[in-house]
Design a protein around this ligand. Structure first.
Ligand code: 5GP
Length: 190
């Protein structure tokens, strides 16, 4: 998506070789108009898939997921990150290793919000090693729901998550796919 690529080139900042900071428009300050254009793109890609729930993970996926859910006219659920040890049976739970913080945490979704009748589109801001997406897909599977695919804003295609999960049959649509990056330089795959 040209608009997103242009914005990454203009305002993105590469840190330590593998982390792209997009705090000025995507995951701290949020450009909602840009999100609207991204949501339309996700709708074009998944409109035939009868999506009735959007699933994301707190915190930075929530903004994009909400705007996308508005276009799909369906609710959005965000998986909560929790440190609670003995989680009651009323939630689906999975484990995710954080790319940016390096810790493993549990994510939970209340069973009342996801079930076998649901057709789920996962939305997230980044795809790196694929841990967040794997955890969310696990929750969809536990619920007996149908995963129609994942819509990602920025895929760092030089990291293994995209290839790994596509190899397992997951449909992943990324609006910007980064081939390589270094301070002051970002290259995309088209
Ligand atoms: P994964 O689980 O695929 O390794 O990483 C995905 C999650 O890590 C995303 O939800 C995102 O919050 C975070 N993340 C991964 N890479 C980056 C990055 O380069 N920049 C930022 N800002 N977040 C990232």
């Amino acid at each position: 998506m040209q608009l997103l690529e242009d914005r990454i080139l203009r305002d993105g900042k590469v840190k330590d070789g593998s982390v792209l900071k997009v705090d000025s428009f995507l995951n701290h300050q949020m450009d909602v108009k840009l999100f609207g254009e991204m949501a339309k793109e996700f709708y074009n890609l998944f409109q035939a898939d009868k999506v009735n729930k959007i699933l994301t993970i707190e915190a930075s996926g929530i903004g994009i997921a909400c705007i996308t859910a508005q276009v799909f006219d369906c609710p959005v659920i965000f998986a909560k990150k929790t440190k609670t040890k003995n989680i009651a049976g009323e939630v689906y739970t999975s484990k995710v290793e954080s790319f940016t913080h390096g810790v493993v945490y549990d994510i939970i979704v209340a069973k009342e919000f996801l079930g076998p009748d649901d057709r789920v589109l996962i939305i997230d801001d980044f795809l790196a090693n694929g841990a967040a997406l794997t955890g969310l897909a696990d929750i969809v599977c536990q619920a007996g729901a149908t995963l129609v695919g994942a819509g990602i804003a920025i895929e760092k295609a030089f990291q293994p998550g995209g290839d790994l999960l596509r190899g397992q049959g997951m449909r992943i649509e990324s609006l910007a796919r980064i081939k390589s990056m270094s301070p002051g330089k970002v290259e995309f795959i088209h």
